[in-house]
Design a protein around this ligand. Structure first.
Ligand SMILES: [Zn+2]
Length: 497
């Protein structure tokens, strides 16, 4: 890895730091197509591990995977009024199907063949509600067909003008769940079940503490009745919407005539939900845990959990420490760990440590001749601290370290979030915080969209969620922290990615 440049410290420039961490950990790169991202093997492996864990959870709650086409007839988007408005400004459109040779030189050698124009242009999916519910209309006849619980793993395209790797790219990878239910209660229960699933995934796998709640009307998904979200606070005190779950009501069912015969013999529209998380989560993982030495990957999602670095001076020592290294690697792999043994002889140990740190590997084992003689290895944690571990019990020591790092990252992120959350915020403090330190700002909200819009315009802060009961302040606010009118709810504001 040729990395002459150092990582910009977080305190100096968070955004540059973020880019440097991605470059040094070889997670992703900008593509020749503006706005698009190339996910490199180390980054893609994190996505695969996320996918595997999430997919198991999605299946365990009764959902099945399917796959729907990338192309959606343009007219489909027009069927749900709010939906088309929400996505119209960021769609990629396929209008032709052929190029032709022009006989001219250079870049002009090919041109669009005008005779290949499509009768109806196709939208490259920005999300799949329309095409999936068009199919649901075919598949759902009776109450016996409900609930229908599907998920798909796919790529989507939303034409973005600003790009930030993982956080905002024109094409990204995600899963989108789509379900149909007989009644509102079924859809609501589903939307909530998934919100809870996302929360468990964020906390248990990503070590990312989240607050859950419902979005205000101005922040909800285009075409939804209600949007629920998980929101996390990054190290720069900006919020990241990490996943959403929508109760779509009967809006799409009416637009696509998804009807079913009720048990009583009548005809009714189904209730839908949709929900998704994306490669944006990788951006969240980076911004939540990493430090000025590079990526810190939570052990459960780390592509490499343990890096073994033998240290030698003579050939004889090299043979000995490498031999032990191979043996330890085999033992750890037998216990299900993802392990790399670094026996490169063209790099000094210090340079190797630096690389494995930048890659976010949670545990490093150093094996020198003196360690071998003492029947031990040195166990260094990416989150800090180094101690000897007995060779005879190295598997247990590493397993314990990985578990402690995983839970330690969650605890540290939660403590940091609470330190940077202000409850009962007033307008003055709100203005100060949004111009300075940021954080989650809890305060009363009048429920007026105009008040919300004014706050956004003047401070850049938005209501992340109306929090669920367990996240609310002990004392419910009585007035809007901004306009002073009676509060209808407590809201959590923050500037967000
Ligand atoms: Zn207000």
């Amino acid at each position: 890895m040729a990395q002459a440049q150092k990582i910009t410290p977080r305190a100096k420039d968070f955004s540059e730091w973020y880019g440097d961490v991605i470059a040094h950990a070889q997670l992703a790169d900008y593509s020749p197509v503006r706005g698009c991202m190339v996910i490199r093997p180390h980054g893609y492996r994190i996505w695969e591990l996320m996918q595997r864990a999430l997919d198991d959870m999605i299946r365990a709650t009764g959902h099945k995977n399917a796959y729907f086409p990338l192309f959606i007839p343009m007219s489909f988007l027009a069927k749900e009024a709010e939906h088309v408005e929400g996505f119209a400004k960021e769609v990629a459109l396929v209008t032709h199907t052929r190029l032709r040779a022009t006989g001219k030189p250079g870049a002009d050698a090919i041109a669009v063949d005008p005779t290949s124009a499509l009768d109806e242009p196709l939208v490259v999916r920005p999300t799949s509600e329309t095409i999936i519910y068009a199919m649901f209309a075919k598949w759902i006849q009776s109450y016996r067909d409900l609930p229908l619980l599907l998920n798909q793993w796919a790529n989507v395209v939303r034409w973005e003008r600003r790009t930030r790797l993982f956080l905002r790219t024109t094409e990204f990878l995600w899963q989108e769940g789509h379900t149909a239910h007989a009644d509102e209660a079924g859809a609501e229960r589903e939307a909530r079940t998934i919100l809870d699933l996302y929360r468990r995934f964020a906390e248990d796998w990503m070590a990312m503490p989240v607050i859950t709640g419902v979005k205000t009307d101005s922040e909800r998904f285009a075409g939804a009745l209600r949007t629920y979200a998980i929101e996390a606070l990054m190290q720069d005190n900006k919020a990241l919407q990490a996943g959403t779950s929508h109760n779509l009501g009967q809006n799409f069912a009416k637009a696509f005539t998804v009807q079913y015969q009720t048990a009583a013999g009548g005809l009714d529209y189904v209730w839908n939900t949709s929900w998704g998380v994306s490669t944006r989560l990788i951006g969240g993982l980076i911004m939540l845990h990493s430090d000025d030495n590079g990526l810190i990957a939570p052990p459960r999602l780390a592509p490499v959990q343990v890096a073994i670095v033998p240290i030698w001076k003579s050939d004889e020592e090299q043979g000995q420490v490498s031999g032990i290294g191979h043996q330890v690697k085999a033992d750890l792999e037998k216990a299900g760990m993802r392990v790399e043994l670094d026996v490169r002889d063209n790099l000094k140990p210090g340079a190797k440590y630096y690389e494995w740190e930048a890659l976010g590997v949670p545990v490093r084992l150093e094996i020198g001749p003196r360690d071998v003689a003492a029947g031990q290895v040195m166990l260094a944690r990416r989150t800090g601290g180094k101690a000897p571990a007995s060779l005879a019990e190295v598997t247990t020591a590493v397993a314990t370290a990985l578990e402690e790092i995983q839970s330690g990252l969650l605890a540290a992120a939660r403590a940091r979030r609470e330190q940077n959350s202000i409850r009962g915020v007033d307008k003055q403090t709100f203005l100060e915080r949004t111009q300075g330190a940021g954080g989650f700002l809890y305060g009363g909200f009048c429920g007026q969209a105009s008040c919300e819009a004014q706050i956004k315009e003047q401070t850049g802060a938005t209501i992340r969620v109306i929090p669920d009961p367990e996240f609310r302040s002990p004392q419910a606010p009585t007035t809007c922290m901004w306009c002073g009118m009676a509060a209808v709810a407590e809201a959590v504001w923050a500037q967000a990615y």
